[in-house]
Design a protein around this ligand. Structure first.
Ligand code: FAD
Length: 511
């Protein structure tokens, strides 16, 4: 019997739906003859809007764009994109004197010096320095000075150091729509009204409002927080992360640039009274939002706090309220349905991870999808991978709260003391009171390896504010000149980079 997969149906036309369509189509066209490729169709309701946020990305994104055959110039122009060099965390922690700490988590890695981590030398000798990131990378300086990520006229995708993008989510989905339909993906604008299952519990067909019955072989649920097929039709339970993370609502507002010539090449996350705000500067506007806990603020209270933070930019505006479903489905792949994007799960967007997670999920799905006959072991392995990815992100986000030290609002105390963390993270946090994070501490890392953990620990100055007190006395003896010599060279390199990099807005105009 011919067990070739002949058709894949994607339901949902947000970032997740179109990224899935593009990745699957690229994979099939690279690997199979036209007659053997499954037909891909995407059904999108014309009446249900996409979530319309999700505008900051991580450094895998340029590779994804390049692999999709998209020119970076077209991408920048069509999505009003800008460069992102990292995330600036403002006022999440206080230093030993009680002053607010602002530090950058850059898209750059620390280095090895004579077989040891630069971070260890920094911890021992870097007392007088403002922060670790500024010693090892130019990202903070470049971001603050509104400089770009590469020279004018340099080839597309060329990277001297890691970068990602800020993009307009709605325009990005629009660009993917055009690319996919041109490649032959069928686009059906219709609403799924009901989902029918066969005797084995597989999805057999969908009933569409206008077109009627749509038969299913394999379906990808990209219906956002609704989880129309995975949760509602197949009844797969949703595993809440509310014991781990306090925030469950967001407010969002787009504002103009206070100075259109100055575009910061960083995402900013600023801690407020009951959560944190994002600030994502695009070419033509700024996306902002406030992610907060409804146990600590009503929508009105949060809106007042948020608008006050926005100042003149928020005057008279009414932010959009977005309830957040934080957690993941128990299994993202059930029977002949796989949930990708917000339908599969969502962890608060502190490190802009959702698009990265979609990208991984689609690739893993394609790898585990040989034919129509899906052996349970394939589904099980896929689900294990996706769950590990969720745990990777969850641990890293929890770290920011657990190592916070603010006491000015009950929210921050609760976020630090009342929220659970995984046994993995708890064990590491015990260990890191005695030494810095090392390679083998993090067993699964698509994005957050031990060096990113080092950056957060040192950025928050946790070794000066209680956690791991006295660690410096317990560090191995090191030769001081090694650090100072290395630092001198590194600072000269940084100064040169900072001097020669172009203004961000000028670079974007050039692109
Ligand atoms: P949606 O955009 O909600 O799309 C759902 C689609 O399903 C729509 O097309 C809708 O029409 C369709 N649909 C629903 N029901 C039906 C039906 N019955 N019939 C037919 N079609 C249907 N991610 C990042 O990477 N970086 C960030 O900085 C970031 N920030 C975020 C901030 C907030 C506050 C939130 C909530 C999310 C953020 N995300 C971020 C996540 C990101 O927005 C999403 O992962 C991404 O947009 C994908 O969404 P989606 O496609 O899964 O769902």
């Amino acid at each position: 019997m011919d067990n070739r997969l002949r058709k894949i149906t994607i339901v949902g036309g947000g970032t997740a739906g179109w990224m899935t369509a593009l990745n699957l189509d690229m994979m099939f066209s690279r690997t199979s003859a036209p007659k053997d490729r499954p037909h891909i169709c995407l059904i999108e309701s014309p009446n249900i809007a996409t979530v319309g946020v999700g505008e900051a990305t991580v450094p895998r994104m340029p590779r994804m764009i390049r692999e999709a055959g998209i020119s970076e110039r077209d991408f920048f122009r069509e999505t009003n994109a800008s460069f992102k060099l990292g995330v600036k965390f403002c006022n999440w922690n206080k230093d030993a004197k009680g002053n607010r700490i602002d530090y950058v988590n850059p898209f750059a890695h620390g280095q090895m010096m004579h077989g040891l981590e630069a971070a260890e030398y920094f911890l021992r000798f870097g007392n007088g320095d403002r922060d670790f990131t500024q010693s090892i990378s130019p990202h903070d300086h470049l971001g603050r000075l509104c400089k770009g990520a590469r020279q004018l006229g340099q080839p597309e995708f060329e990277q001297r150091f890691g970068y990602a993008y800020h993009l307009d989510a709605v325009k990005f989905a629009g660009m993917l729509t055009k690319i996919c339909t041109k490649r032959g993906v069928e686009h059906i604008q219709d609403e799924v009204q009901s989902v029918e299952l066969d005797e084995q519990g597989n999805v057999s067909h969908l009933m569409l409002e206008r077109k009627g019955r749509h038969d299913i072989e394999m379906v990808v649920d990209c219906t956002g927080f609704r989880g129309l097929i995975i949760n509602k039709a197949l009844g797969e339970p949703f595993v809440e992360y509310s014991d781990y993370l306090p925030n469950d609502r967001a407010l969002a507002l787009q504002i103009g640039h206070p100075d259109p010539e100055k575009i910061e090449s960083l995402t900013r996350s600023t801690a407020l009274g009951a959560g944190w705000t994002w600030r994502v500067p695009l070419y033509n506007r700024v996306g902002t939002g406030y992610v907060f806990s409804s146990a600590h603020r009503t929508d009105d209270q949060a809106a007042d706090e948020y608008l006050e933070w926005l100042g003149d930019s928020g005057k008279g505006a009414t932010p959009r309220v977005i309830p957040l479903r934080i957690g993941r489905v128990r299994n993202a792949w059930v029977k002949n349905c796989v949930a990708i994007g917000l339908s599969g799960g969502f962890i608060e967007p502190l490190e802009s991870t959702a698009i990265h997670m979609i990208d991984h999920a689609v690739r893993w799905f394609a790898e585990h999808l040989p034919t129509r006959d899906i052996d349970p072991s394939l589904r099980a392995r896929y689900n294990r991978q996706v769950n590990k990815l969720n745990e990777e992100v969850l641990d890293f986000i929890c770290l920011h709260y657990r190592l916070g030290n603010r006491t000015d609002d009950q929210y921050w105390i609760d976020a630090r003391t009342e929220m659970k963390i995984s046994d993995r993270l708890a064990e590491n946090l015990d260990l890191w009171q005695h030494r810095l994070p090392m390679d083998h501490d993090i067993e699964f890392a698509t994005l957050f390896d031990y060096r990113v953990y080092q950056t957060v620990l040192l950025g928050k100055q946790v070794y000066d504010t209680g956690y791991g007190a006295g660690i410096r006395d317990r560090l191995r003896p090191l030769k001081k000149p090694i650090w100072f010599q290395w630092k001198k060279g590194a600072q000269a390199d940084l100064a040169q980079i900072i001097k020669t990099m172009p203004d961000h807005k000028t670079l974007l105009r050039d692109i």
